[in-house]
Design a protein around this ligand. Structure first.
Ligand code: ADP
Length: 184
């Protein structure tokens, strides 16, 4: 399913984030950039040790990466040249700033891509795995934030969301239909 947000093509696809051929893929990381399960583990396995070396160097220099922030490493052996690491919020019921923090993940990742002159970026569904953010709510925030950013900034050719499994794709497709109805 596709949409046009400003000058940017937006696409929803089912698949594996590590297989994407975009300039950058986004990692659903943790504040210590330690790797782990889900997207994070898959990216480090597929990309090889250079990504972890760069993450460790970043932590030594800057300390932990706060929730909602983003940093970038190279992509190692991945098709993507870069990995943008961002830390999603853990779901504590929605009254602890989760929506704002999740929106910041998408905004700061897109800004980082734009600042480095990248044209194409692929996101996983941040926070909806181990961090337990309800997927329908996360989808609304992801799509609304990406749309607002692309309508305010030119330079990105494609933003892709890569959903793991048919059920996740369907949730995002419904959210995209609602988003189109909301803003036309
Ligand atoms: P978080 O800790 O931010 O919740 P996870 O990696 O646990 O991140 O999960 C985020 C989402 O990514 C989940 O919906 C999960 O199903 C999905 N996911 C897991 N592995 C992959 C993958 N290889 N490619 C794309 N999405 C994935």
């Amino acid at each position: 399913m596709n949409a046009r947000f400003g000058e940017t093509d937006f696409t929803l696809v089912e698949g594996d984030i590590t297989h994407q051929d975009t300039d950058a893929i986004v990692n659903a990381a943790n504040t210590r950039l330690m790797g782990g399960s889900g997207v994070d583990g898959a990216i480090h396995r597929a990309g090889g040790p250079v990504i972890m070396q760069e993450c460790k160097a970043y932590i030594r220099e800057h300390g932990s990466l706060p929730v909602g922030e983003a940093m970038m490493t190279t992509g190692g052996q991945l098709h993507a040249r870069y990995v943008i690491h961002t830390v999603g919020p853990f779901w504590h019921g929605g009254e602890h700033g989760e929506p704002e923090k999740l929106a910041s993940c998408y905004r700061n990742s897109l800004r980082l891509a734009l600042d480095h002159g990248l044209k194409t970026v692929a996101f996983p569904s941040i926070s909806t795995g181990v961090y337990r953010y309800p997927m329908d709510r996360a989808a609304r925030i992801a799509l609304g934030t990406i749309r607002d950013f692309c309508e305010e900034h030119s330079g990105l050719e494609e933003v892709r969301m890569v959903l793991f499994g048919e059920a996740a794709l369907k949730v995002y497709e419904e959210a995209l239909t609602a988003e189109k109805d909301r803003k036309g």
